[in-house]
Design a protein around this ligand. Structure first.
Ligand code: J2J
Length: 513
């Protein structure tokens, strides 16, 4: 699962892996930037006035230590897994750093996840605890001890002195894969590799202590976490503003009040922002960079960013498994609007291959490098398919490379729907549908959508009379899957089109819509 020793040695020698843990990093930041603002959250919508929460670097370090001591008191320690499902609040990072300090592994769930996902993460990782926003969430994982926001344990940080911390090469957390199989896969990221990825990203995005990053997407997602995200902002001494939701109504006043310089959005939100910016009374002039990624941003929309928002667009094509590509801030405008960027690292290896793994101009993207995993967590069989024998990750994306070395995403080979940046593994939803007594067979495919890029459509072969669509939706909700995975459309058919080898031809199904 890990990098071979000689390659790891090379990444260290090249200076990518600095032998630094998250704990080392926070201590150093607290020393260097102590009283400067690190995390800013607006007042809760139900609060009467108030400035919200502002934690300095010093506050964050101190609170993380007190929480680490409290968690230690509960018996949480090195190697334990803890499922973390929190909204965009400063405590999210406090929990991360506290667990990192103990060498316990956060398992990052999204706020949209419901009982099917959360109980699976808890069971599969044998989680010692589930950190959640409120009491109502306890029901999502009834067998795992819940730690509820607002009632997190505290202890005397002195107890930490005797505890060994994690090593830089240890896994720091488990990130969630977008997935293309029946069950979500977990991505083990080490201190060394992840810190490299966001420090290098912060540099590419020219972050300085004067920068202000707005975290508008869910904090647990890899993009706003590390590309450069809040971790990258922290590493540069910059402040991060945590938006409770990504709407212009919430974010524009925050951009104005906190003088936000950079933020990250998925394409559908970027469109909403562009439309809302036209008539806004809010001053967005502090915004220097708008990052857009997670799904393909159309060239027409990309061209609107500079004239309409007055800032530089940065396209970001990344994945929680590792590889992240950025258009550079000083790339020519045509490169910025028409490509998805180039890799972070000179040692990111890119292979573009055909179905037989022979190099070609446009085809499957395979990659290997200093922050791309060599295997999913506890998924030996799946890893044989998802990685080549020499350790390249099969991204499932179809790309081509421009003469200038930039990648253009042309499509996808993996069985996934990218619903405006939310990833849906078709097989996962199909399995839930197959549990319905009237469903004989199910095939879930992407259908084009002008706003989200793609929506999901479930083709069903039913036993007897087809159930009502509302009933199917209610059935899936009942089973506890995230709302974004519930198909946008249902179509009933007598048979599925087949490929030459007798498999369901999703391509033909997609063409029917
Ligand atoms: C087309 N497809 C894209 C893009 C991601 C930064 C940014 C995004 C993610 C992310 C991330 C795309 N154009 N610009 O982790 O650190 C699709 C590809 C890719 C998959 C990964 C980051 N940007 N994609 O989206 O793990 O199909 O990460 O393989 O959620 O999203 O999804 P995810």
């Amino acid at each position: 699962m890990h990098w071979p020793d000689d390659i790891a040695a090379r990444y260290r020698a090249a200076g990518y892996w600095k032998g630094e843990t998250f704990g080392d990093m926070l201590r150093e930041l607290a020393g260097r930037y102590g009283p400067r603002p690190a995390l800013i959250a607006p007042p809760a919508p139900d609060a009467t006035g108030g400035a919200g929460t502002r934690w300095s670097f010093g506050d964050l370090a101190e609170r993380a230590d007190r929480l680490a001591a409290g968690l230690h008191g509960l018996g949480i320690g090195h190697g334990d897994r803890v499922v973390v499902q929190l909204p965009n609040v400063p405590e999210f990072y406090q929990v991360c750093f506290a667990l990192f300090r103990l060498g316990a592994l956060p398992v990052f769930a999204l706020p949209a996840h419901r009982s099917a996902e959360i109980s699976y993460f808890c069971a599969f990782t044998e989680a010692a605890a589930y950190v959640c926003p409120d009491d109502a969430h306890r029901a999502l994982a009834p067998d795992t001890p819940a730690l509820v926001l607002g009632d997190l344990p505290e202890g005397d940080p002195a107890v930490l002195a005797g505890l060994p911390g994690p090593a830089p090469g240890d896994v720091a957390f488990l990130q969630l894969s977008g997935g293309s199989t029946g069950l979500p896969k977990l991505i083990p990221r080490t201190h060394d590799d992840y810190i490299y990825s966001f420090r290098a990203s912060a540099e590419i995005c020219a972050l300085t202590p004067e920068s202000v990053y707005l975290c508008a997407l869910p904090a647990a997602h890899n993009f706003p976490m590390s590309s450069p995200g809040v971790f990258g902002a922290l590493s540069a001494g910059a402040a991060s503003v945590l938006a409770p939701d990504p709407s212009p109504g919430t974010c524009f006043p925050l951009v104005e009040r906190e003088r936000v310089t950079i933020t990250a959005l998925v394409p559908p939100l970027a469109l909403v922002w562009l439309d809302a910016a036209a008539g806004t009374a809010h001053d967005l002039s502090s915004l220097e960079v708008l990052q857009v990624g997670g799904a393909k941003f159309s060239e027409e929309a990309a061209k609107r960013v500079r004239p309409e928002l007055g800032c530089t667009l940065q396209q970001v094509f990344g994945m929680a498994e590792g590889l992240v590509n950025y258009t550079r801030l000083d790339d020519p405008e045509d490169v910025i609007v028409s490509t998805q960027g180039r890799p972070i690292s000179p040692d990111d290896e890119i292979l573009i291959v055909d179905d037989d793994d022979r190099e070609t101009d446009e085809g499957h993207l395979l990659t290997r490098g200093p922050y791309t995993i060599r295997g999913y967590w506890r998924a030996e069989e799946h890893n044989k398919l998802a990685f080549t024998a020499d350790g390249f990750y099969r991204t499932g994306d179809i790309v081509r490379r421009t003469p200038g070395g930039h990648l253009v995403v042309e499509g996808r080979a993996k069985d996934q729907i990218n619903r405006g940046g939310d990833k849906i593994a078709a097989e996962e939803v199909e399995n839930h549908l197959l549990a319905h007594p009237s469903v004989h067979d199910a095939s879930v495919v992407a259908v084009p959508d002008p706003y989200l890029g793609e929506r999901s459509c479930a083709y069903l072969i039913c036993r007897g009379e087809a159930p009502a669509k509302a009933e199917l939706r209610a059935f899936l909700r009942e089973r506890g899957i995230a709302a974004f995975k519930i198909p946008d459309r249902f179509e009933f058919v007598d048979a599925f089109p087949q490929t030459a080898v007798g498999k369901v031809s999703k391509r033909h199904l997609r063409e029917r819509t």
